[in-house]
Every structure is written in C-alpha cells, then in structure tokens.
Write a protein that binds this ligand. Structure first.
Ligand code: F6R
Length: 615
C-alpha cells in the first residue's frame, strides 16, 4: 500500500523517481507526487489520480533538474485522494519534504501540539505532522538523519518514511517500522523504495532494512542506525531477477503475462526440492525434524487469495499427515484468542511477505510459543524475516493486483510442506511421496495445455459482460477454487460473485438461482471418490432445473456432466488433491476477460492495492 521511491546520485532524480513510481503503481494509484532538491531549494508537484495525471502536470509545469529526489504513489488511508492530501508533504517553510506509507496512530495529538506551536497544517493526512516535526528537529540539530531518529521515537503505528531537506541537498533519509523499505546500492548513487522493482533497472544490489531503523543515503554510501542512533547490522543481497521480469513483455496487461507465466512459476517452485534418492529436501525449512514430529496441530493463516491456498492445503495436510489443520483469516486470528502452543505449527502464506494482517497473526503465534513457517514469494520481506522458517515460492515478481501465478505456486509450496511433514513423521512412504512429486512435476505441462485452450472461455466471458451476478460452486478442494474464482471476478469485474460449497446450496443460496443466471461448477475428478463426483452432478441438475446457465469445469473424459453443461470447460485429469492447480486457471482467464470486456483496468482494479500494509 503506497509506493515510495528515494534517489540520490548523478542522474536527473525526477526521471529515476518517476520510472520507479511507474513500477510501484500497483501498490496504490489514487494520487502521486514527487519532490526534487535543486538550486538550493526544494520543488514539489502532486496530483490526484494515477501517475499519468502527475506526468501531465509535470509536462506543463516542469520542476528544476536536481540529483536528489523522492516520490510517492498513494492508496489513501487518512484523507480523500485529493491534490492536497497527495504526498510529498512539506513543512511551512517548504524546506522539508516527506513521503509515507502506513498509519501514524498518534497523529491527532501530534497535530494538535504542532498547531498549538503555530504550525499551519493544510491536509487531512497523518503524514503532514512528520514534515513539521522534522523541520523543528532539524532546526536544532542540522542533521536530517538525527532529526528522523528523534521524530520516529515519537511516532506510534506502522510507517515507512522517506524525507529530504533543502539544507542537506545530497542526502535522502528513510525510516521503517512494520512497513517495507529496501535500499538499492549503485555506483555513485543509491535508492530507497518499497520494493526492489523500483530500482532494478539501475542496480540488483540491495540491502534489507530491519524494524525501527533509519537509513541515510548519500552518493558515496549508505549508513543504517536504529532509532536509538546505534549502528545497525544490515544484510545485503543480490536480486535474482532482472528488469524484464517487471515489464509487460508485449502483453496488454501484467495480469495476462502473469497468467501465461504460470507453467514456469510452478516448475521453478519445484526446482531443487527433491534429492537424488527422491526425498524432499526443503533446505529453507529450519524447523528441526524432531519438532515437526512433535507437532500436534497445524494452523494456516493468510488473507484473500493466499487464504484460499490455505484452504486447499488443509485437505492435503490432513490427508497426508493425519494432523488436524485449521485455516484462519489472518485478520481474525489474534482477536479470537486461538489455542496455540509450542506443538502448533503455524503456516503463514503471503505473496508479498508484507501483509500486515498476516504479519500480526505470525507475531501473535510466535508470542504463544508456536513455530511459524512462512510460504512467501518476496525475498527479504518482513514475514519470512520474522518467521522461524520459510519456503520461498519462485513465481517472480507479481505486479498485477490480482494474484494469479503466486496462487499456483503457493499451492505447490503447500503440497511440498504437507508431503515433507508426511515424510518426517512417517505417515507417507517414500514411494508415495515420489508418486505425488512425479504428478506435481507433470502439472506445469498440464497448466500449459489448459492455457492453450482458453479461447472459448474468453469468448464465453465476453458474452457475459452485461450480467450482474455469477455464482461459483465446488466440493472438496473445488470449494476453495470456487471461492477463488468468485474473488477474481469481484475484484476485477466489480460484479456480484459468490463461491459456495455445492452441498450448502440447498441450505439457502439456491434461492438466488433464477433464469439464465451463470453458475460455474468445479467438478471433482470422477477417478477420485465417485460419491463426491456423483453428488456434484446431482447439484448441477438441481440448479439447471431452476433455470441456471451451467458452466461446468470438468476433467477430460468426464462424460457424466455433458448432458447438464450449457458450457463445458475441459481440464486435464489430475489426482484429486492436485486438481486446483489446473481448475483455477480457466477461472482466472474468465475473470480477466470479463473485466476487460467491461472496460476495467485489470492490473489496477478500483479501491485496491497490492501488498496491504495496514490492518
Ligand atoms: C486477490 C489478492 C489478495 C491477496 C491478499 C494477500 O487477488 O491478490 O486477496 O491474496 O491481499 O496478499 P499476500 O499474499 O501478499 O499476503
């Protein structure tokens, strides 16, 4: 939520900052702003709307050229998305500029204090107080790094701050608490950003910042201290993907590119996880085998799409390990006083590794003595840093706000964890594990096959663009797939869409069925439990009898559904538990196409932002 960029170097800062913001726009896009230091002063521009509006404004009213700058793309929390509330925020003298991601919880009393001392605050934001506080502290210490440390000690809440001062023209200062910020180190230049994508075109050399740290960027280097001023240990790393991964590569939308990348993402996530003897070797899982053997319960915490991956993981974990598994929305978890102890293994799933709800659930679990294993796609992000162990998915950067390839790789990672638990605990034989791993290795090609047959799905989606509602039904692992299909449609097409367990329909939701209502039904493999398959065939008949237009997602060779399918979407046959890896893909394509047909921007749906760093 909110994208932040800072730059000090030799290039025109505005160009670097705007290019960085373009790559971070997925984090928020309701207003944008920039500031540069030039000719002994500070110049800023900001505009409501997407980055394009700001660029237009800069074309008409250009800023002076300078080599130090900051920028921001906003997802509003405090105050409407207006020009005034857009960042950067300045002090009254116009010498300090600050951009912010997060929420400063005690801003109201700080604001009252500042107003009492004669400051004139003009926006509705929580951020503006920081510009004024920095100006006050700087006036006594003449050191922006020190001013930032002093101010941060007074702030409550979660924040990333990046600031500069006209009296220190070659310095950019950043600070972080519970909100992401990474440093990029180049030759004679340095960068700050919410995500490495903002500077990957300039350098792949990055530094992770820890909690409660302040970083000072100068052309010749970077210094990191705690809020208390003590030098901090930092971890440098090399970003293992390049700029092409963060570009559209000829696709109209990132989402289309990311859907197409799924076969590779799935294959990459499996790479290196099995040794020569066929045993799973999850090197990053630093929780000892003995502790995993003593585990008596698994709890998965996650949000949104990652939560749906968790729901599917439950089936695999319980079936393969015989351990009870609960799946909980991370945003609800700590508020219901969950029963956790050192024998509980908590799995936190997050693409971004920065989702505040999931982070708070993780912290709560660790406070209760439970071990936390993160499944994450973002190297160096907060959730894997704070977890006891991590299994990285290798989806590459996911830019479109709606999660697609990350979801499939989260599923792969969940299956690997479930099998690994089975291996360590002896509930699965080696040959059984090898058989599932062989099936998993095959899936990447099957996803490719599904993608090659999507034209009829796109055509169907376009034909439904004027509908108001689409329902999704599934049983067993098909139920979370139905939930995911509905979520994709809601967030992209802004339509009423709901996912139900097919068996639950007759307990109420069947009243929603009316003439020509599109209902997508995810049919389990007939080769699995035939009773499950038979039941859903009956459910399809029940809704069809009431006028629904049935869109049936069923395995190749499943003939039993043919008489009841108004539209049939074929997917390859897979083992029952693995079916979500292929069944989800047509639903992603369906939502993407339907939303596009309705004229929506699928990469940046309204009101949303990727990486939700507020609770
Ligand atoms: C939906 C979507 C969101 C995220 C959720 C969790 O398409 O992308 O529901 O899945 O916000 O995000 P992460 O996985 O980054 O924790």
């Amino acid at each position: 939520m909110c994208g932040i960029v800072g730059y000090v170097g030799t290039q025109p800062a505005l160009d670097v900052v705007l290019a960085g913001l373009r790559r971070l726009e997925y984090r928020g896009y309701d207003s944008a702003g920039v500031a540069v230091l030039a000719d002994g002063g500070l110049a800023a521009a900001k505009k409501a709307g997407k980055l394009g509006s700001l660029e237009k404004e800069l074309a008409t009213n250009p800023l002076p050229v300078g080599a130090t700058g900051i920028g921001h793309t906003r997802w509003a929390t405090h105050g409407a998305p207006t020009d005034t509330n857009a960042h950067p925020h300045l002090d009254n003298a116009g010498r300090v500029a600050v951009v912010h991601n997060g929420i400063i919880e005690n801003f109201a009393c700080l604001r009252a204090e500042l107003t009492g001392r004669g400051h004139d605050l003009t926006s509705e934001t929580d951020t503006e107080v920081v510009a004024h506080l920095l100006a006050e502290e700087f006036s006594s210490c003449a050191d922006l790094g020190e001013a930032m440390r002093l101010v941060c000690r007074r702030l409550e809440g979660a924040f990333t701050l990046v600031a500069m001062h006209a009296d220190e023209p070659d310095v950019v200062v950043g600070a972080r608490r519970n909100s992401p910020l990474v440093v990029g180190v180049g030759q004679g230049e340095a960068f700050l950003a919410s995500d490495v994508a903002a500077f990957i075109a300039h350098t792949r050399s990055a530094i992770e910042l820890g909690q409660d740290q302040v970083v000072e960027l100068r052309r010749d280097g970077v210094t990191v201290t705690g809020f208390d001023g003590r030098p901090a240990d930092v971890r440098s790393y090399h970003v293992d993907w390049d700029v092409s991964a963060a570009e559209k590569g000829g696709y109209d939308y990132f989402m289309l590119k990311e859907i197409a990348e799924q076969p590779k993402a799935v294959a990459d996530t499996l790479l290196g996880r099995v040794d020569a003897s066929g045993s799973l070797t999850l090197d990053e899982v630093r929780i000892g085998a003995q502790e995993l053997r003593e585990t008596d319960k698994v709890v998965v915490v996650a949000c949104g799409t990652a939560f749906h991956a968790g729901l599917i993981a439950k089936y695999a974990i319980e079936h393969w390990t015989r351990l009870p598994c609960e799946v909980e929305l991370a945003s609800e978890f700590r508020y219901r006083d969950p029963i956790l102890d050192p024998r509980t293994l908590v799995i936190a799933i997050s693409q971004s590794g920065e989702t505040m709800d999931t982070l708070m659930a993780l912290r709560h679990a660790r406070e209760q003595g439970s071990k936390v294993l993160a499944i994450c796609n973002t190297n160096g992000s907060t959730i894997p840093r704070e977890a006891d162990a991590v299994l990285y998915t290798h989806a590459g950067p996911e830019v479109a706000v709606a999660s697609t390839k990350a979801f499939l790789t989260q599923l792969v990672a969940c299956y690997l964890v479930a099998l690994y638990l089975g291996q360590v605990r002896g509930t699965k034989w080696g040959d059984e594990i090898r058989a599932v791993v062989r099936e998993l290795s095959r899936i990447s090609r099957e996803v490719e096959r599904v993608l090659a047959t999507m034209e009829p799905v796109r055509e169907l989606a376009r034909s439904l663009a004027e509908k108001d509602t689409v329902l999704f039904l599934g049983r067993h692992v098909g139920h979370p797939v139905a939930l995911e299909g509905a979520l994709k449609l809601k967030e992209l097409a802004y339509m009423h869409a709901e996912g139900f367990a097919a068996g639950e329909l007759k307990h109420g939701p069947i009243a929603l069925i009316e003439e020509d209502l599109p209902v997508v039904v995810v049919v389990p493999s007939p080769a699995g439990r035939s009773v499950l398959h038979d039941k859903i065939v009956s459910n399809i008949q029940e809704i069809r009898a009431r006028g629904a237009r049935t869109i049936v997602v069923a395995e190749e060779g499943d003939e039993a559904v043919v008489p009841y399918a108004d539209h049939l979407i074929r997917i390859p046959a897979t083992p029952t538990l693995l079916q979500p890896l292929v069944a989800t893909v047509p639903l992603q394509v369906f939502a993407c196409e339907l939303a596009t047909a309705r004229g929506n921007d699928v990469d940046q749906p309204r009101n949303l932002a990727k990486s939700v760093t507020v609770e």
